[in-house]
Design a protein. Structure first.
Length: 483
């Protein structure tokens, strides 16, 4: 496969769901990359870091970085100076397997590349021993009780150093307090639930060990309002149609807080519904005289609300979340939209948090995925990209620790993550400001987003405004009012 063919597969890197798993499930639902167990822990560290030498055979397929053709598989015996244990409970069976399986494949691909080259702080070619990253996965089937049980197993029995790619709103929501109590690192979070939003993570008990990455709905609600005012500077009355689920409430809270922060002259009109309502007419007619409308919902809720807007003649600019910025959303409303007269075809906007402009990171992702799996089937899968990103950010924290000559401990990891901004891979390299900033106790997910708009045929989203970092905007005013 030629490079240009690979690049043609990446039109826009958009996450199409807020829920994100592993390959090769064992009968008991566990997957692990480890080949031998070490049970002696260094008492000077917290969970999951073992300073004891081990040998592991790591497999990797050769990838020609000029043609991106996959070559022979190589088994390499690598000696490591220690082990760093990580894990997650992503759903790899059931309805969310299509999200979870590629997510974990991306995560494991990056880790495999690190291990193959000698591990964290290692260099195989130079004979320098590093830390082996041992990944353990349990399948919670997107069930809160199962996910909670497996999370406790990872922390208390497997004694992981970190939960990487902590997965799905049910499990995330059920375990946040537990993670804070135990003080374990949790990096990425494949969820956008509002309970992740935190601007006061100044201690372990207050969530300093939690590092959300993808957009949190509460954060995004504020960003949506900012985008409305960019596109329609005269908009003063903004309607917010929200569903009563976690996503809807999170988006509503952010949008409402930001509209109120704008002060006198701006009005927020709230309209509540449910994603499975029998009739969406009351919800859309309540905001019919607004200048723009925020659709605070995901998946079928957005589709139903858009259809109701069309049916009831509410032809106002509609803005919604990144989690529905997929062609399928427009496909589901296209027939209704096509019945409108040209003058009534209202614009539909959605956010996006990944960009195809970071070609260097995308090609690195492709190389890691193909080297790990021996296949190119998931190189255009956005969930695999998300899993790969989760591993890059976690490993950035580890690398900062060893570069500073410090022990790998939980508190040193927190310090390393807060020390300076982290570049978000496959963000916008053209602007250079796609970063995560965990300083000052902020845990609000990415604040870098672009804006997409439906095209004339209403069968695809196209870029309406480029990637922009809203961190300063998020820190303006009293951001804690969002709570």
């Amino acid at each position: 496969m030629k490079v240009k063919r690979i690049l043609s597969l990446v039109l826009v890197l958009i996450m199409v769901a807020a829920l994100f798993v592993g390959c090769g499930d064992k009968p008991d639902g566990q997957t692990t990359t480890t080949t031998d167990k070490v049970v002696t822990e260094n008492p000077g560290n917290l969970n999951g870091v073992i300073n004891e030498e081990r040998k592991v055979t790591i497999s990797n397929y050769a990838v020609n970085t000029e043609t991106y053709e996959i070559g022979a598989k190589e088994d390499r015996e690598v000696t490591f100076k220690g082990t760093i244990k990580i894990g997650n409970t992503a759903a790899t069976t059931g309805a969310f397997a299509a999200v979870g399986v590629p997510f974990n494949q991306g995560l494991e691909a990056y880790i495999n590349a690190i291990n193959f080259n000698g591990g964290i702080d290692g260099d195989f070619a130079a004979g320098k021993k590093g830390y082996y990253i041992e990944f353990t996965h349990y399948d919670d089937n997107f069930d809160a009780a199962t996910g909670s049980s497996y999370t406790k197993k990872l922390v208390e029995e497997d004694k992981v150093f970190a939960l990487v790619g902590h997965f799905g709103s049910p499990t995330v929501g059920a375990t946040i307090d537990y993670i804070k109590e135990k003080g374990v690192i949790a990096c990425y979070f494949a969820s956008g639930v509002g309970t992740l939003f935190n601007t006061e993570a100044d201690a372990v008990e207050n969530g300093s060990t939690l590092f959300p990455v993808q957009p949190i709905y509460t954060t995004e609600g504020r960003i949506i309002v900012a985008r409305i005012l960019e596109q329609y500077p005269d908009a003063k009355k903004i309607g917010v149609i929200f569903t009563s689920d976690e996503a809807g409430v999170g988006l509503r809270d952010g949008a409402k807080a930001q509209i109120e922060a704008l002060g006198a002259g701006y009005e927020c009109v709230l309209s509540e519904t449910t994603s499975d309502a029998a009739d969406f007419t009351p919800a859309v007619t309540k905001v019919a005289d607004c200048d723009a409308i925020v659709i605070a919902s995901i998946q079928k809720g957005v589709v139903s609300i858009l259809k109701a807007m069309i049916t009831n003649g509410v032809f106002k600019p509609a803005f919604t979340t990144y989690s529905v910025a997929a062609a399928q959303t427009l496909t589901d409303i296209k027939a209704d939209y096509d019945t409108l007269a040209e003058e009534n075809k209202f614009p539909i906007y959605a956010n996006a948090w990944l960009s195809s402009t970071d070609v260097e990171a995308y090609l690195a992702f492709c190389e890691d995925i193909m080297a790990f799996s021996g296949s190119n089937e998931t190189i255009n899968n956005s969930y695999a990209m998300a899993g790969w990103i989760s591993a890059t950010i976690f490993c950035e924290g580890l690398e900062r620790i060893v570069e500073a000559g410090k022990e790998i401990t939980t508190l040193n990891f927190v310090e390393a993550m807060e020390s300076e901004k982290i570049v978000l891979k496959m963000g916008s390299s053209s602007t250079g400001d796609s970063t995560l900033d965990y300083a000052d106790g902020y845990r609000i997910g990415t604040t870098t987003m672009s804006l997409l708009k439906n095209n004339d045929a209403c069968n695809a989203f196209e870029e309406a405004a480029g990637m922009k970092n809203f961190l300063d905007f998020m820190k303006s005013g009293d951001i804690n009012d969002i709570k």
